[in-house]
Structures are given as structure tokens and as C-alpha cells.
Design a protein around this ligand. Sequence first.
Ligand SMILES: [Fe+2]
Ligand SMILES: [Fe+2]
Length: 340
Amino acid sequence: MSDVVVPEGGFWPAPEIPQPNIYPMEWRVETEKLAAIYEKSKRMVWNPADLPWDTLDPREFTAEQRLGIMYWFSVLANFDASGPAVFARATIQAFEKHEEDPVRKCFFSITRDEMNHEECCQRAIARLWPGGPLDWQPSTDLERAAHNNIGWLYHNGGRYWNGYNTAVGKYSLAVLFTSFMMGEMAASTLFRGMASGTEHPLFSDMFHKIGRDESRHLQICMTILENEWPGLTDDVRGLITRQLRAGFVFLSMILWEPPEGFWELPPYFLHNHRVLMDHAREGGLGVLSYEEQAGNWRLAMARVRAIVERWGIEFPAIPELDIDGVDVDVIDPEDIIPVF
Ligand SMILES: [Fe+2]
Ligand SMILES: [Fe+2]
């Protein structure tokens, strides 16, 4: 039985696999730097369950502060808790499009990290407000306002998810990753700010760890974009300008305050949002002031701008932060890609 069968007339070629498809399997490496980042990501994995959760004592907070902090984590979850599903889908797409192996692996590592960030939202909420974000009965006006705002927030999260699902297959890596890059820039900015602002050691530890992950995600995005940007056409450049505006509009909900142009919210939402954020701030979570947030967000935008302009991509106007640039009209859910 040691001899193989060699058919007369030669082996039959296997049928060509219609693409996109994850087969045939291959492990092509073009960007060593990405492979190195993936190795680093494996070594730096941490476990949210190992944070000292028993030091987060609900009795140290007033009911309003607990509600405010739960509310903040529910807002964060609109972004960070969508991360695993968003990047899992991007990972599948990278396999189907036969992106080089380190690209696929880096996507997977972001998915893994985002699952940890999601778990932080889950655990912080479970500790301070059992049943949160939505599976509890509000009994005061403040509680009803929080519950209702979270419902509206996730209504918009749902619109984003539907839009992303339609859009993800349409965009090239350059477009997808410029948007992701903006999300990671926003995320690393946010967590750096909050890590320095929080008064609680558990939150400080958590924000430092998440911030470190987000910086690595940013590094992954930048490395992929350095490969993708040189081949850009003007059409794609225009699309990216639009995506950057979409990113600002979407991410401002957690970085600052939601601007006009995408969010479907009732008229009282913003006022109640501010009241709840004030309670979270008073609880020592590390939520920066309105002005500090605007300052950080402006700085993050300036960084993104400096990066994209090197590649001839125009920056959109952000009048909300006094940033001039190209006017972009109304943003649709399909325009929004950013995630944390
Ligand atoms: Fe991230
Ligand atoms: Fe994240």
C-alpha cells in the first residue's frame, strides 16, 4: 500500500474555488511588522476577571452615583461592546478576501481585546447596578430618565449595526481602516484621559489596560494604512473624508456630546445625559469636564488630520470644535464604521 495512485494521463486538477471564499488555506506574510504586533498582543493579554472587583464596593457610592456610573458604562458599551461582533465580521471578511495572514491575525487580536473591554462594561455594571443596562425596573424620575436614554442609545447602536452589515463588504481596507484608525485614536485618547481622572484604583487599572490595548489597535491600523494609502484614488479619498466626519459624529457620544446629523434622540435626551454624566463624574469615575473633553477630542482630531493629510486626504469640517475643512452633508448609518 505504499505506492500512491498516479492516474494515467496525470492528476485531475481540483476545481477552482469561487471567490470570495476562505479556502484555499494559505499563510502569506507580507508585513513583518504586523506579525510582530500580533506576537506582542498575545503576550500582553490580560484577564478582566482578575481585576480586584471586590474593591468596587457599591456602598461607597450614592444611588445617583451608581446610576451615573452604570449609565456611563452603558454608553461605553454602545461602542466597546459592539467591538467583538464588528471585528469578528471584519476578520471573516479578511479571510474571504485572502488578506495576508498577519492582517487576519491582527483583526482577530482586536476582536479578542474588544471582548475584554466588553467584559469590563459587563462586570462594572453588574457590580454597581444589577440588571443594567436595561433589565431592571426604574422607580424614580432619574432612574426612568437613565433607562429611557439607554434605550434610545441602543436604538442608534442598532442602526449602526445594520448600516455596518450592509457597508462592510463594500469598502476596501483603506476606507475601513481609516475609520477604525479614528475609532482607536478616539479610544486611546478617552482612556488616557479617564485613567488620569479617575479616583478609584480599580477604574484606573482598567482604563490603563484598555488604553494600552487601544494604542496597539491604533498601531495595527496605522501599519495597515501605510500599505494601503499609497494606492488611493481621488474617489476613495473623498469617501474617506466623509467617513472621518461620520466617525466624529458617532464617537462624540462617548468622547464628548452627540452632534446633529445622525443620532435619533428625543429632545430631552441631552439634558438628562448631562445630569447622569454629572453623577458619574461626582462618583469619581474620571469623566472629564465638557471643556476638557472638547480639548482632548480636538487634539485627537488634529492628530488624525495630520496623518491623513500626508496622503492627500482632505479633512472634513468639524464646526462643533472650530475645525475647518471640507463640508460633509448628512451622515447615514451605512457611513459609520468606527468602533473602539
Ligand atoms: Fe480598539
Ligand atoms: Fe476597545
